[in-house]
Design a binder for this molecule. Structure first.
Ligand code: ASP
Length: 311
């Protein structure tokens, strides 16, 4: 098992009512499959876990189906403010950006913060200045402001509420379409990494930061335990420190990925009635996913085996 790699990605948790339409379901699953196959090729050619999660997350950010990068949902003022984080399980180094606009691939900026700054997280204007300093181009507003996102915001405004991209509240209706993204990997050398990227939740307040860039909440990676990426209501996931809780279940209880996910999801439910889900690869390369919502779009390759994608 030692020389094989594992890779797991998600495209958000929620009701995903729109995927009752088979054609839309196929598009989601096909997108995950293509990205996983690409990840398989690069991990087979000795890409590191950090490289693999950054590439997968970038590809998901570039797909307007998902709530990250070009498909990001809108704030109460009709703007895009994105959060992203990346973590290297070799030495617990990490980089994150919060509330950034006009960046096509926030996960790549998070990686630059990890590798090229003395900080862990940069936010707003400061993050943009760092992007300029690194030579990263600013992307114009029209790249992000799709007609679907404007319609989704209008629906949320009419209901006077914020909502998950794939909301599963009773009155969620048809407007919830896309999802936050994440990737976890174990490379052939046994190193773990995690990445999470999001536009956040629909109709959120300006300046709101969710779990996705917060180490221990939206992501965690430690070669001694596992790599985790979370999705769902950030306020719940942060209160439960869900990613670190799952890592601690492995560290202190000796659980494998599946037991840690089961116990972690039960904890999220019990402590904060949390709505969300996680994907996990443990140090032995086993993959597991769990969620309290009706569905979570996810897919994986365990120990270099078959590609599996599901809701
Ligand atoms: N966790 C994200 C946030 O709260 C949203 C999501 O996962 O869909 O910003």
């Amino acid at each position: 098992m030692a020389k094989t790699f594992s890779l797991m990605i998600h495209g958000g948790a929620g009701a995903l009512d729109n995927i009752k339409d088979d054609r839309i379901a196929v598009r989601y699953l096909e997108s995950l499959r293509v990205i996983l196959e690409h990840g398989r090729e690069s991990l087979a050619q000795d890409a590191t876990a950090v490289e693999a999660v950054e590439t997968c997350a970038s590809q998901l950010e570039d797909d307007p189906l998902f709530n990250a990068g070009c498909g990001s949902v809108l704030t109460e003022h009709g703007h895009v403010e994105m959060d992203a984080g990346i973590m290297d399980g070799r030495d617990l180094t990490a980089g994150a950006v919060a509330a950034v606009s006009n960046i096509a691939n926030p996960i790549q900026l998070a990686r630059l913060v990890m590798d090229g700054s003395e900080h862990l997280m940069l936010s707003g204007e400061g993050a943009l200045r760092f992007a300029d300093h690194c030579g990263m181009e600013r992307t114009p507003d029209h790249y992000f402001l799709t007609p679907e996102r404007v319609a989704q915001l209008n629906t949320a405004r009419l209901k006077h509420r914020v909502m998950l991209d794939h909301d599963d509240a009773e009155d969620a209706g048809e407007e919830q379409k896309y999802g936050t993204i994440g990737a976890v990997a174990r490379d052939a050398s046994g190193n773990l990494a995690a990445a999470t990227s999001t536009g956040g939740i629909v109709n959120k307040r300006m300046g709101r930061v969710g779990d996705s860039p917060v180490i221990g909440a939206g992501l965690y990676a430690d070669n001694e335990t596992c790599a985790v990426s979370a999705t769902g209501y950030g306020e719940h996931l942060m209160r439960a420190v869900i990613a670190k809780t799952i890592s601690d279940l492995i560290l202190f209880q000796g659980y494998g990925a599946q037991d840690a996910v089961t116990a972690g999801i039960a904890y999220l439910q019990r402590k904060v009635a949390g709505r969300g889900g996680v994907i996990v690869i443990d140090k032995a390369g086993y993959c597991a996913g769990g969620f309290t919502t009706r569905k979570m779009i996810h897919g994986w390759i365990e120990h270099g085996g078959e590609t599996i994608c599901r809701f």
